[in-house]
Design a protein around this ligand. Structure first.
Ligand code: BES
Ligand code: MN
Ligand code: ZN
Length: 497
């Protein structure tokens, strides 16, 4: 997608998107637009209560003036007083979706005064809302239609400073990476398998200051990652761990920051097979891994000034004669033993080894893991909030703030020691699932299990099972994968320096 900036020129083809706030008089609009006629239209519509500029409300105007593009969408942004990242993104998201419905490869947007402090959210909304999930798989006429709707060019009209322009560009980078995560997560396991992610990792490693290690199965065996390898036993494809290191020249701090993401390419549940109704979307189970890889790409592109490592363990959780059976005891990278009471608790097993590796090898200042870990977290928080679990108050506050600032909301969840105690093993050190009270506090128990393998390092666990993949998308999302996590983690890291 190409972005053009201009103060003077109005492109005649494509759709012009005009965001309008409730009760707005247009006095802030820039003079070059032939707005008299537009004002008239909107005044009429407002008088008739047809258009009140409620957030997300849109109207389509066609050929109203020779000096304006033929197709214009006026989109409501709601009350200016209530303006936030969330309202800007949902208003513009709705406007972009309405523009796309009129089939355009070129979108122009009037970037007027009120939006200037939200420059980054403006470009994020445009890029995120123009994501078309079907374009990878449809054929024939359906594909042609989608190609006609895929935005190639964005023209921003208005007055902006160099700083606003660079925020706008940063937003486009972050949103493009988020759309990559959506593609990767939506992709079924016969399209996106281990080798697919290896290829994506190699692409990212071409960026300046990024290097890549791929830990193959033989290496994982030598390092005694028995928990990760246990999950991989039933899979036809060997486990791999992607380790991307971003190491800028002259970092402001030598101590790295580590991100770890759950990369289950498809979660059948294993021998504890998931039933119909619960298994269909389980290609989503690699969302954490996709998120940390794409975030590392963003950091390299925006030249983030600190060292960051993204660790992504990849395997299927499959069923078959070689698959791990409930009751098996595996030995983790730390040397601790785990009774696998439920093979569907596979995420915590692969993360146990991945976080322990991250702590051991990189001795980071902090570690964040991102995972579609539990159905319980989705039941507790729904699709709008990710669960935030941590052993560090400072980290809690900073992550919470970054969530509020990016409309990727993280909600604090507890880990009661009594729940954590339920993850102690009967004959081994730990167990991967509780019995008896197993349905209670499932998200907290999953988090407490991972905590056991982190040790003293400040750590946060983001359970993104709800917001990573949605049935009821926000205005700037589509059904399915959302790419949740890239924005909040990037913002958190930026605030850290
Ligand atoms: N991948 C699932 C969690 C999940 C469920 C994510 C629905 C998104 C939507 C995870 O591996 C899982 O199966 N968790 C179990 C844990 C239990 C067996 C200890 C769960 O949540 O029931
Ligand atoms: Mn599972
Ligand atoms: Zn899973």
């Amino acid at each position: 997608m190409k972005i053009n900036y201009s103060e003077k020129f109005i492109k005649k083809d494509g759709v012009l998107l005009i965001p309008v706030f409730e009760g707005e008089t247009f006095k802030n609009f820039i003079s070059f637009l032939d707005l008299a006629i537009l004002k008239e239209h909107i005044a009429d519509l407002t008088a008739s209560k047809e258009f009140e500029a409620k957030n997300g409300q849109s109207i389509f105007l066609y050929k109203i003036s020779k000096n304006l593009p033929d197709k214009i969408i006026v989109v409501g942004m709601g009350a200016k007083k209530k303006m936030s990242v969330a309202t800007v993104m949902s208003g513009l998201g709705a406007g972009v979706k309405a523009s796309i419905a009129h089939g355009t490869q070129s979108l122009s947007i009037l970037f007027h005064d009120s939006l200037q402090e939200f420059s980054q959210s403006v470009s994020e909304s445009i890029v995120l809302a123009s994501y078309l999930p079907g374009i990878k798989y449809k054929t024939g006429e359906a594909l042609e239609k989608l190609v006609g709707q895929s935005i190639q060019e964005v023209n921003v009209f208005g007055e902006f400073s160099a700083e606003q322009k660079s925020s706008f560009e940063k937003g486009a980078i972050i949103a493009a990476a988020t759309n990559d995560v959506r593609d990767w997560v939506n992709a079924p396991p016969n399209y996106a398998h281990t080798s697919f992610f290896e290829a994506r990792a190699k692409e990212i490693a071409k960026l300046p200051c990024v290097s890549l290690k791929i830990l193959e199965k033989s290496k994982l065996e030598k390092m005694h990652m028995g928990a990760f390898l246990g999950v991989n036993k039933g899979s036809d494809v060997e486990a791999k761990m992607v380790v991307l290191e971003y190491s800028p020249k002259n970092p402001v701090n030598e101590t790295p920051l580590v991100l770890v993401g759950k990369g289950i390419l498809f979660d059948t549940g294993g021998v504890n097979l998931k039933p119909s109704g619960h298994i269909e979307d389980m290609q989503l189970d690699k969302a954490g891994a996709a998120t940390v890889m794409a975030t590392l790409r963003v950091l390299a592109l925006i030249k983030y000034p600190r060292k960051v490592v993204a660790i992504a363990p990849f395997t299927d959780n499959s069923i078959g004669p070689k698959a791990m059976r409930p009751s098996e005891i595996v030995t983790a990278y730390t040397g601790k033993t785990i009774e696998v009471l439920n093979t569907d608790g596979e995420g915590r097993l692969i993360l146990a080894d991945a976080v322990a590796y991250g702590v051991d090898v990189y001795k980071p200042e902090l570690l964040i893991d991102v995972a579609t870990l539990t159905g319980a977290c989705m039941i507790a928080l729904g699709e709008r909030h990710a669960g935030l679990f941590t052993n560090d108050e400072d980290l809690m506050e900073k992550l919470y703030k970054a969530g509020q600032d990016t409309d990727e909301i993280l909600w604090r969840m507890p880990i009661h020691q009594d729940d954590a105690d339920k993850m102690k093993g009967t004959i081994a050190d730990f167990r991967n699932s509780d019995t008896g009270t197993s349905r209670l506090a499932g998200a907290s128990k999953g988090a407490s299990f991972i905590r056991e393998f982190v040790g003293e390092t400040p750590w946060a666990h983001l359970d993104i099972a709800g917001p990573a993949y949605v049935a009821d998308p926000k205005k700037y999302e589509s059904k399915g994968a959302t790419g949740f996590g890239v924005r909040v983690i990037t913002r958190f890291l930026e605030d850290l320096v």
